[in-house]
Design a protein around this ligand. Structure first.
Ligand SMILES: [Zn+2]
Ligand SMILES: [Zn+2]
Length: 213
């Protein structure tokens, strides 16, 4: 394994900079993941690609970009509790403290600990050949899903799924999904999967309902 890798950073001004950095070594409770797929989120474009508008949890701290990766574990640090080399994983994009009430409920995104860090924002993310991750942030990727599927699940589909869980879509519902992007597609699929009888896709999100094809 080469000691160096090229990683993408987003310095602002719609620019991507590739830098050579060392391939990290996993410490206790950490894994090294070989990146197989890494998608770009609307949040990356909005808050850090054009200019650094993000504050607090969206504050970009000049880390390797990319919070939607999937890959294969190639090296494990000591103290593994669940995963091993060769496992296919996606990365939950927020590394929470793991101790607060929100983290224990699985809402690491709501963690307010100073050590909370989002991959690709406050700690190195997936736009590189390898990712250093905490084992607790890994989610197993089933064999029936590709790495590309996994990368799109990591943030976008998970966000959609949680939203739909909150409103409880069922076979009693007809659903209009508005928008153009991947999250719109995920909404349509997830609504249909939950039994939503008409998960209609509205392609002209700026038009009125009657304008829609
Ligand atoms: Zn995202
Ligand atoms: Zn926490």
């Amino acid at each position: 394994m080469s000691k160096l890798m090229k990683a993408a950073y987003l310095p602002g001004n719609s620019t991507v900079v590739l830098k050579e950095v060392e391939i990290p070594e996993p410490g206790f409770g950490q894994v090294l993941i070989k990146t197989k797929a890494s998608t770009i989120c609307g949040s990356d474009i909005r808050a850090i690609y054009h200019e650094h508008l993000g504050k607090g949890p969206e504050g970009y701290q000049n880390k390797i970009a990319g919070h939607e990766p999937a890959g294969q574990i190639v090296k494990c640090g000591p103290g593994m509790r669940r995963f091993k080399e060769g496992d296919r994983v996606i990365l939950y994009h927020i590394s929470g403290c793991g101790l607060c009430v929100d983290c224990r409920k699985g809402y690491m995104i709501s963690c307010t600990s100073p050590i909370r860090a989002a991959y690709g924002w406050q700690r190195d993310g997936g736009m590189a050949p390898y990712i250093l991750a905490d084992e607790k942030d890994c989610v197993p990727l089933p064999d029936e899903l590709t790495y590309t599927d996994g990368a799109q699940i990591a943030c976008g589909f998970g966000t959609v799924y949680e939203g739909l869980e909150k409103i409880g879509i069922s076979g009693n519902d007809a659903v209009l999904v508005v928008g153009l992007g991947p999250c719109r597609a995920c909404h349509s699929y997830a609504c249909q999967g939950n039994g939503g009888s008409k998960a209609d896709r509205c392609r002209c999100c700026q038009g009125t309902l009657s304008d829609c094809p």
